[in-house]
Design a protein around this ligand. Structure first.
Ligand SMILES: Nc1ncnc2c1ncn2[C@@H]1O[C@H](COP(=O)(O)OP(=O)(O)OP(=O)(O)O)[C@@H](O)[C@H]1O
Length: 224
């Protein structure tokens, strides 16, 4: 399997009990996974562990055969090759769409950067918006810029934390469908955190139910 997480556990320093008690999941290459659960169930915490923003208490994680963490190793976030999209998109306000998307591209020539930018703009359908600033875009367009920025360095895995929560309901449905198409087109493996069953159902190949830090069940969307 492309992503293998085994028995991950985690406890915040100031917490009385473990926030992640037992999280195991295997993901095939190109698969889209949604993690669904109530507020406080540990969804964001688990994403932060995958990204390397929290150090787990136990367990292992491999991506494409490479260790991200186990009892002996911990790979820093910047060396994991994992892309992230958060709910507030976190675009740089003083940078154009083009500069935002190119931000994470290092160690490649100017020509290659330009080419990658053009590919990403076409992918998210924003070719004519390259020189605009984030404040000149709609929420849905900003979300697509954030997606393009995360995809540009060709991450091995892309993770999303509640990516639709700032968008109004009508745009949410549109973005959801666009996003699934784009992700399937690029073949990238991705994980979404959401508390909305409709999002999970529309987007995911499989849905993981997280309850109080434990993976309760994993099902396909037609079983909801
Ligand atoms: N920095 C922290 N220190 C201590 N406890 C924390 C910290 N961050 C989160 N928690 C606690 O860990 C638990 C899980 O939080 P987490 O944010 O992972 O849940 P969630 O499922 O993503 O919730 P939501 O849907 O509301 O975002 C909660 O009880 C929360 O209060």
């Amino acid at each position: 399997m492309y992503v293998q997480i085994k028995q991950a556990t985690f406890q915040y320093d100031n917490a009385k009990e473990m926030t992640i008690k037992d999280f195991s999941l295997e993901i095939a290459k190109g698969e889209i996974i949604s993690i669904l659960g109530d507020s406080g169930s540990g969804k964001s915490t688990m994403l932060r562990i995958m990204a390397g923003l929290e150090v787990p208490t136990g367990g292992t994680m491999l991506v494409n055969g490479k260790i991200m963490f186990n009892d002996h190793h911990f790979v820093a976030p910047e060396n994991r090759g994992i892309g992230m999209v958060f709910q507030d998109y976190a675009l740089f306000p003083h940078m154009t769409v083009g500069k935002n998307i190119q931000y994470g591209l290092r160690k490649i020539s100017k020509e290659q950067k330009q080419q990658r930018l053009n590919e990403m703009l076409a992918l998210v359908n924003l070719t004519d918006f390259r020189d605009r600033y984030p404040y000149e875009l709609s929420g849905g367009q900003q979300q697509r810029v954030a997606l393009a920025r995360a995809l540009a360095p060709s991450p091995s895995l892309l993770i999303f934390d509640e990516p639709f929560s700032n968008l109004d309901a009508k745009i949410q449905v549109q973005i959801r469908d666009d996003l699934r198409k784009i992700l399937k087109q690029t073949g990238i493996t991705s994980i979404f955190v959401t508390h909305d069953q409709k999002d999970a159902k529309a987007l995911a190949d499989r849905i993981v139910f997280l309850n109080n830090g434990i993976v309760e069940r994993i099902i396909t969307p037609d079983k909801i």
